[in-house]
Design a protein around this ligand. Structure first.
Ligand SMILES: [Zn+2]
Length: 825
């Protein structure tokens, strides 16, 4: 599922324990005796753990105690440290109050840069006054050994233990499931967590969790205004460690759901699963908290233990869209074993935007969903809904019929998809059938209430919901417009035809359209979403230009909703719904592809308006501007590979600001590098690259490393700037790095025997000294006509050059063809 235009992405999965524990590893360890106890009892016992009043240690400056975990060092200089009462014979926590110091140096330059953005220095170097520790590693043994060496003995201190009572009651549930998970696993992977109260920074987290893809994490929960963020200062893998493999894979989802008159769901989902590693008992599904689970049963109908949203803090809930459902199997299935789980649940995830406009809240998971955006499975949907509404869903519709006051329909996917969705409303409908696929467009006769009241107001103002560059209130002409609201259904046929042309256009680059039908349905608000075979498009995309203007859209905003958004979402049908992504570090690829292909399509439609140049220029301008509320240029917020981490309290819309703009430029630069001017099809190599990606990575994840590898397989000698058949330079600078180069040229002309000798220097700024780029230079003669001189491989702050030209250039133009993301003088 791809949600665009809002700063909420399902990809935040890497933060919480719950999801970090999605997978597990094989490294045989004896099963603890605790696994015989019922999971609910274990969970309650873990929540109830308190400080052992007889295990309180006093720390003097003379017997400093420290813990080294991964790259972090925590020193406990002075104060009191106390252990939790044991759980199943093991100590799983400790607390500290006093004076201490945290020190950490991330290894990776990108992570250092992020640390510096948040802390002002590329290292964590902070005093703290209190700590809450939870762990399953040997932290307790380590601390006890140090106390013993320092001849420190525990004291009885009931007052100190009591002081922590309420904090433990609040904090424990977040770690209980994580500890339970390990207790139930035959291949436990340990974790260490420290929640510190920093003197200068406030509360922050240090985590080393071997169940995470990136074990080391330094982060801070933060609130600005009404928004809650989890600012990740640094997150990375410890060298020499292997990521945990996926423990379970969903093969098929069969969902039967009734949508009742009050818009609530009453559903049964049967999920067929396979144990990939064996030895695990806990499965983690995403499921909206708005839905409550009545039961989970196994193949034989026996009820299973489950936990819904337990242990999630309010802060986690506000940061994460979807919520979690943990299911415990009575025993661990063997590797390769297939089994089914049956869920019964009900609740309301359908929002009513007024005037017959209903939609499934996008950040909600309306069925228990296992895995990430690269977890492809078959879906079978049976849905019943109120008869007066029209319903569109993922998959091919097998049949639809009436049952009293309801309608019922059956859909099945033709090929695996990573997510399924539906939408319903009082829709008008138009279908454009063609040989291989049909495009069905659904729109309401009426506008959603918010927009309708906005448009009928006497003095319209900017629609407050719009992304920053698009919501600029436009002209005074607004006031003279008639007040009758337009109807979104008016544009059905035209939008359908445009979407159909975009499908044909994209097929050249990405291969045949992957679905039999593309259903396009209107959704309130300003975002778009691309489900497999189903698009949700903002009402704005259905409105005529005049109504868009009245709603407060700037001209760039109108172009955005009319020329880009629908086609960006169509491009996701391949890039996202066929080619998947798994790590948050790779999500940029599908967004960048969708963003760039939408520009290419717009460019092909609106001849001779040069939409590609227009939008690339706009994107470059946005990247070179300061990010709102900060001194940092948008291009310097962070690398593309930071994905959803770009959204933080310091840049709430960082993802959107960087990924769509710089991402599109990166794909454009790859296309320009692969271009063969003068050939029959100058884009043949670029097209072949995209076709390869779309076939080779169909129904699985495409990573940044895979992309680099495929570009290297297609690269030409002129792309080999380092002479090692590698595109490392390009990916390091543009994908894993930040910044945009700025160029300035100084030159002189001397008349020679064979023409004019042009000598000069190319100055490069704004990027690291090691930044490499092939910079095309053109001779300008003052009439607007530019003649290529040649290109200079810029390396370092200044690079000398020399060209022979038939005429004396009046000035030298840097890359007038826009092949390189740069700024010039
Ligand atoms: Zn997108």
């Amino acid at each position: 599922m791809f949600r665009d235009g809002e700063n909420d992405y399902t990809a935040r999965m890497w933060v919480v324990f719950a999801v970090l524990a999605l997978s597990c590893l094989v490294s045989p360890v004896a099963v603890s005796a605790a696994d015989k106890q019922p999971p609910k009892e274990l969970y309650d016992a873990l929540n109830a753990l308190r400080i052992d009043p007889a295990a309180v240690y006093s720390l003097e400056a003379s017997n400093r105690i420290e813990l080294r975990r991964g790259d972090a060092k925590l020193s406990f200089d002075e104060g009191r440290l106390a252990f939790f009462a044991p759980f199943g014979g093991r100590i799983t926590g400790a607390v500290f109050a006093g004076r201490g110091h945290a020190l950490a140096l991330p290894r990776d330059p990108v992570e250092k840069q992020q640390m510096a953005r948040f802390l002002g220095a590329p290292v964590l170097d902070q005093d703290f006054t209190s700590v809450y520790l939870r762990f399953t590693d040997d932290s307790a043994e380590d601390l006890l050994r140090q106390f013993k060496n320092a001849s420190a003995a525990p004291q009885q201190d009931t007052t100190f233990a009591a002081q922590w009572e309420s904090q433990l009651a609040r904090a424990n549930p977040q770690y209980s499931l994580r500890i339970l998970f390990e207790t139930l696993s035959q291949h436990p992977r340990h974790f260490f967590y420290a929640g510190l109260e920093g003197t200068a920074t406030g509360a922050f987290d240090v985590l080393l969790d071997n169940m995470r893809m990136e074990q080391m994490l330094f982060a801070q929960p933060r609130k600005t205004g009404d928004s809650a963020f989890y600012d990740v200062w640094a997150s990375y893998s410890i060298p020499g460690t292997s990521p945990p493999p996926v423990a379970f894979h969903a093969l098929q989802y069969a969902i039967e759901t009734s949508i009742l008159a009050n818009n609530s769901l009453d559903a049964t989902a049967t999920i067929h699963l396979r144990a990939e590693t064996g030895g695990e008992r806990l499965l983690i599904f995403q499921l909206s908290r708005a839905l409550s689970v009545d039961s989970v049963a196994d193949d034989r109908g026996a009820p299973l233990v489950f936990f819904q949203n337990e242990g999630m803090s309010l802060q986690e809930r506000s940061v994460h869209g979807s919520d979690f459902l943990h299911v415990v199997l009575p025993e661990a299935p063997a590797q390769g074993q297939e089994f089914s789980l049956r869920f019964r649940y009900r609740g309301n995830v359908i929002e009513d935007a007024g005037n017959g406009v209903l939609f499934v809240g996008a950040r909600e998971s309306w069925y228990p969903h296992l895995g990430d955006a690269s977890d492809f499975a078959d879906y079978d949907l049976t849905i019943r809904w109120p008869r007066h509404l029209r319903l569109v869903a993922t998959g091919a519709k097998l049949e639809e019929h009436e049952e009293g006051d309801s309608r019922a329909g059956h859909w099945r996917t033709d090929q695996p998809v990573s997510v399924a969705g539906f939408n319903l409303g009082e829709y008008e409908f138009a279908s454009l059938p063609s040989e291989k696929h049909s495009v069905d467009v659904y729109a309401n006769r009426q506008l959603e209430e918010a927009l309708r009241s906005h448009l009928t107001r006497r003095e319209p103002d900017a629609f407050t919901d719009l992304p920053a560059p698009f919501g600029v209130p436009s002209s005074r002409a607004q006031l003279e417009m008639p007040v009758a609201p337009p109807t979104p259904a008016g544009a059905l046929k035209q939008l359908g035809q445009e979407i159909d042309s975009s499908i044909r256009f994209y097929e050249t680059f990405s291969g045949p359209f992957p679905f039999r039908t593309l259903s396009v349905s209107q959704i309130p608000g300003t975002f778009g979403q691309g489900w497999p075979g189903l698009l949700y498009l903002s009402t704005f995309s259905f409105l005529p230009a005049e109504a868009q203007r009245r709603a407060g859209l700037s001209s760039a905003g109108q172009e955005h909703f009319t020329d880009l958004v629908p086609f960006h979402e169509v491009a996701h049908q391949w890039w996202g719904n066929v080619v998947g992504w798994s790590s948050y570090r790779d999500q940029w690829i599908d967004e960048a592809m969708a963003s760039y292909l939408a520009l290419l399509f717009a460019d092909s439609q609106k001849l001779p308006e040069h939409k590609l140049r227009l939008w690339l220029t706009r994107f470059r301008k946005r990247l070179a501007e300061k990010s709102p509320h900060s001194d940092v240029l948008v291009a310097d917020l962070g690398a593309l590979t930071l994905g959803s981490r770009l959204n933080s309290s310091m840049s709430p819309n960082g993802f959107e600001q960087v990924i769509y703009t710089k991402g599109a430029w990166v794909i454009h630069m790859i296309r320009e590098l692969l271009r063969q001017p003068g050939g029959k099809n100058p884009d043949a190599r670029f097209t072949a690259l995209l076709q390869t990606l779309a076939t080779k990575y169909a129904y699985r994840a495409l990573s940044t490393d895979d992309l680099q590898h495929e570009v290297e397989a297609a690269m030409t000698p002129s792309m080999d700037l380092e002479g090692n058949r590698s595109m490392e330079w390009f990916f390091e600078q543009w994908v894993r790095g930040t910044g945009i180069p700025h160029y300035r040229v100084e030159f002189s002309v001397h008349r020679g025997e064979k023409g004019y000798l042009v000598r000069g220097k190319l100055f490069q700024a704004g990027v690291p000294r090691s930044f490499l780029a092939r910079v095309p230079l053109y001779a300008g003669n003052g009439t607007g006509h530019a003649v290529p001189l040649g290109s200079v491989i810029a390396s370092g702050p200044e690079t000398p050059f020399q060209f022979l030209a038939p005429d004396a250039p009046r000035r030298i133009l840097t890359d007038p063809q826009m092949t390189l993301l740069c700024t010039t003088e």
